[in-house]
Design a protein around this ligand. Structure first.
Ligand code: MN3
Length: 244
């Protein structure tokens, strides 16, 4: 029987340069192990679809083999291609200094990359061998943040079940607050990409510019670039590099 660790090692070997962090192994070792997010790209920075960590029928009877096969090949896989295409198109836009379609490509990138991120996590956080229950450091954190595992389960189940339309239920950790949190996600993204840590943010709510610039948002945005503190941005960037 192929173990998860064997799968990860063989995946790295097969992909030849594919960078794949061993999140599962990090969790097994101890709570002090540095958290490394799952990598989604090859050595060239292109998004890649990892092999499923189990066979199509491994999740039976909870999820049937045909559903897994369709889900992986016709929902996750095209998202990877679409994320690459969106980045390619944004690269062309930068080269041509033509951002006419930037909103379209950013939407495509956010939707497709978030799909790739969440599906990669989804396959990895399911197992045909039975789920068990949280333990160790994770259980302590769940108890601190939610009261008990049973309360988390009720909360996460209710949040996931009541997502409006298509989407996801999410259990996540916010480093800046030190909190585990339950969130709903509609679609895959709502124009962000899960796991991205902001290092520079530009507020374009009207309250930030309307008194001076009225409807001239682009003028305000262009002027913002004269007052950005890039030293702080660099500090933040150096800080988040330890997560990669
Ligand atoms: Mn899906």
């Amino acid at each position: 029987m192929t173990t998860r660790r064997d799968f990860l090692q063989s995946t790295v070997a097969i992909a030849g340069g594919l960078v794949l962090s061993n999140f599962s192994q990090a969790k097994e070792n101890n709570s002090e192990t540095t958290y490394t997010p799952n990598k989604l790209t090859d050595a060239q920075g292109k998004y890649v679809l990892l092999p499923l960590p189990y066979s199509y029928d491994a999740l039976e009877p909870v999820i049937d083999a045909h559903t897994v096969e369709l889900h992986y090949n016709f929902h996750h896989k095209p998202a990877v291609a679409a994320a690459n295409k969106a980045e390619d198109n944004l690269s062309v836009a930068r080269d041509n200094n033509d951002f006419t379609l930037v909103k379209h490509y950013e939407r495509e990138l956010a939707f497709s990359l978030s799909s790739h991120i969440l599906h990669t996590l989804y396959w990895d956080n399911l197992s045909g061998k039975g789920g068990g229950i949280p333990k160790g450091h994770l259980l302590k954190a769940i108890e601190n943040n939610f009261g008990s595992y049973e309360k988390l389960k009720s909360h996460l189940s209710a949040a996931t079940t009541s997502v409006e339309g298509a989407g996801w239920g999410i259990l996540g950790y916010l480093p800046a607050s030190g909190k585990l949190m339950v969130l709903q996600c509609e679609n895959h993204q709502k124009l962000t990409a899960w796991g991205l840590i902001p290092i520079l943010v530009l507020d374009v709510w009207e309250h930030t510019y309307y008194l001076k610039y009225q409807n001239r948002r682009s003028e305000y945005v262009n002027n913002l670039f004269n007052i950005i503190n890039w030293n702080i941005v660099e500090e933040r960037f150096n800080g988040v590099l330890k997560f990669s």
